[in-house]
Ligand binder design. Structure first.
Ligand code: F6R
Length: 603
């Protein structure tokens, strides 16, 4: 997965292109490149490494022009090298393209082009695109016709932006990868995602699969594959560019941890009225035909799905969670009474999209629970419910997890009312607690001792996270966050499972974070003692009222007491801070951990 961008105006484009590339680095950062057209040809600069390295290289040159495209890469075909960095050209340097996705039939296309005399300079699948277009231009096609005819040859998923020497337009198309046009006053933009150009315009046009966009300095046109005009509305996004910047924090991750109270207020806003949940998209009775819920998701979103499963099961609804990449191969029965909920922050995770598609084909009803309006999941599912967390730039998901779980609480309340029963007193208490959650998170962040604790309890042999019930997905999430940004070994377990094997790994150098919710206290305390007997230090992460657990443990990180169904969300914030501070002490690349990218659009 990669980030692509373009800018076309009457003035020079390089500065804006570099800003957009920086904003897109969360999609990939193993190489970067730009191409600008300036009336005397197209200049291409690209290199292995981050956008800052490209920027340094460009500082020594005089490359600029009014029409430009840019790319930040996360390798899929060919290692990260200067040669494999985008943009790519045909043999004559006349056609230049950037691409996000995978061209599945590139081997056949490449062999055909080579047989017809084309020479390739990279290992990428992308390079076939400019060669195919060049071939058509040589055969006398007009620019747009050459682009259309070339992309008709491609199988796979892609978002493409292309420029041609001497031609005053950017050509773009998408199939399964996101692409959005930014409509500015003095220039027009194109990117994989809105934050890329949010500094320059908030007016956007989301492209759909198979759209072909021709963008000029003062206009844009969208057509279908046959060339017929299609109408795509111009929408105004409510995020401002501040939301997508670091705002004084050292890292996006820390900023986004601190943004959780605001994000949650947005998530909940207008969705609770008295005893009722008001989901505009889902009036009462929407789910009366549903008798079973499946969650499909990856990584952090999978943990949010597990949390949702726990809530629904507790409320009497048949619910299960599946790792999205396994779902298509999993023989779980699905029918028209099954609601399959894709939990996906980006709405672009290929494994989740594939799972949703497999459910749809088998007759299930699909729902995207996502942060990104206009994302593929939101557009391809039967329904979408937005978590409204605002843009998340740090690769490690933080505020989106909290907003996902809060949205699942709201959706759960709708489901429980439609599928089983009238609201109970407990529903009312839970909704009250949900409304107080932003305030409680503020308290957790203000009072947290995570920085001191993470310094004191860094283990040589690993870090374990344990919990029961809704604290179990949070244990998994705590471990995922810790390992992904510290690169230290961390595992999450159901608290009762440790004694069935993993206890063998516990030493004095294996700190264990025990997450308490106030439910099942005695059992958790006995698990803690089993661990301490093996010499490992235990840090309790639990509500203030769980004094027995705190007293048993070697150290405690407390959270405000609230409804037990929600308290694990607060514990998770403490674990986010533990992971953040440990990684910071180790001087890790917190916002862009090695080998990872924000949006995984390959299977
Ligand atoms: C971990 C993380 C990933 C994502 C996963 C799914 O911090 O961010 O595990 O949760 O790649 O991404 P989405 O939610 O965009 O489908």
């Amino acid at each position: 997965m990669c980030g692509i961008t373009a800018r076309i105006g009457d003035d020079d484009s390089l500065e804006d292109l570099l800003v957009s590339l920086k904003n897109l680095e969360y999609r990939g950062y193993d190489s970067a490149g730009i191409a600008v057209q300036n009336g005397t040809g197209i200049e291409i600069d690209k290199c292995e490494g981050e956008v800052s390295e490209l920027q340094a290289e460009l500082a020594t040159k005089d490359h600029d022009g009014p029409i430009g495209i840019g790319h930040t890469r996360w390798s899929t075909h060919g290692p990260p090298t200067d040669a494999n960095a985008h943009p790519h050209t045909g043999c004559k340097g006349r056609v230049v393209a950037v691409h996000n996705g995978i061209i599945e039939n590139y081997t056949t296309l490449r062999e055909g082009l080579q047989a017809r005399g084309h020479e390739f300079t990279s290992d990428t699948d992308t390079e076939v695109i400019p060669h195919l277009v060049e071939e058509r231009l040589d055969a006398g096609f007009e620019a747009e016709a050459a682009f259309r005819d070339a992309i008709a040859e491609l199988d796979g998923s892609y978002a493409i932006a292309m420029i041609i020497d001497g031609d005053p337009a950017v050509y773009a198309t998408r199939n399964g990868s996101p692409l959005v046009v930014g409509v500015g006053d003095d220039a027009n933009y194109l990117a994989s995602d809105v934050p890329a150009f949010l500094e320059f315009t908030d007016r956007v046009v989301y492209l759909e699969d198979d759209d072909v966009a021709v963008i000029t300095a003062d206009d844009y046109r969208v057509t279908d594959t046959k060339g017929d005009a299609v109408s795509r509305p111009v929408e105004t996004v409510e995020w401002d560019s501040e939301d997508a910047e670091k705002g004084g924090y050292d890292h996006y991750m820390l900023k986004e941890i601190h943004e959780q109270p605001v994000a949650l207020r947005q998530t909940i806003h207008g969705r609770i009225e008295g005893e009722d949940v008001v989901l505009e998209e889902f009036p009462p009775g929407t789910f009366t035909d549903i008798d079973r819920v499946h969650f499909v998701a990856c990584g952090t979103s999978y943990h949010a799905g597990m949390y949702g499963e726990w809530l629904l099961s507790k409320w009497g609804i048949d619910a299960s969670t599946f790792i999205a990449s396994e779902y298509a191969a999993y023989p779980a029965p699905v029918d028209e009474g099954t609601l399959v909920i894709g939990v996906t922050q980006s709405g672009e995770t290929a494994d989740t999209l594939e799972a949703l598609e497999s459910a749809r084909k088998r007759g299930a009803r699909t729902l995207a629970l996502t942060n990104v309006i206009g994302s593929t999941a939101a557009r391809t599912c039967d329904d979408a419910l937005f978590i409204r967390a605002g843009p998340e730039i740090g690769v490690a998901a933080t505020k989106t997890f909290s907003s996902q779980v809060a949205t699942l609480v709201l959706l759960g309340e709708r489901l429980v009312r439609d599928m089983t029963a009238e609201p109970t007193d407990e529903c009312r208490q839970r909704l009250d607690a949900l409304e107080s959650l932003p305030e409680h998170i503020e308290t957790v962040i203000e009072d947290s001792r995570a920085a001191a604790i993470s310094e004191r309890w860094l283990g040589d042999d690993g870090h374990f996270f344990i919990g029961r019930g809704n604290a179990y997905p949070v244990a998994l999430e705590g471990a995922l966050k810790f390992k992904e940004i510290t690169y230290e070994h961390a595992e999450g377990f159901a608290a009762g499972e440790l004694k069935h094997g993993p206890l063998a790994l516990v030493t004095e150098e294996t700190p264990v974070f025990a997450i308490g919710t106030g439910q099942y206290p005695k059992r958790l305390e006995s698990n803690v003692r089993e661990i301490q007997t093996r010499g490992a230090p235990v840090i309790a992460v639990a509500p203030r009222t769980a004094t027995d657990l705190a007293d048993t443990a070697d150290e405690a990180l407390s959270v405000p007491a609230t409804h037990p169904d929600l308290v694990a969300i607060l514990a998770n914030v403490q674990l986010q801070l533990i992971a953040y501070h440990a990684a910071d002490e180790m001087e890790r690349s917190i916002d862009k951990p090695r080998n990872l990218a924000k949006s995984v659009t390959v299977e």
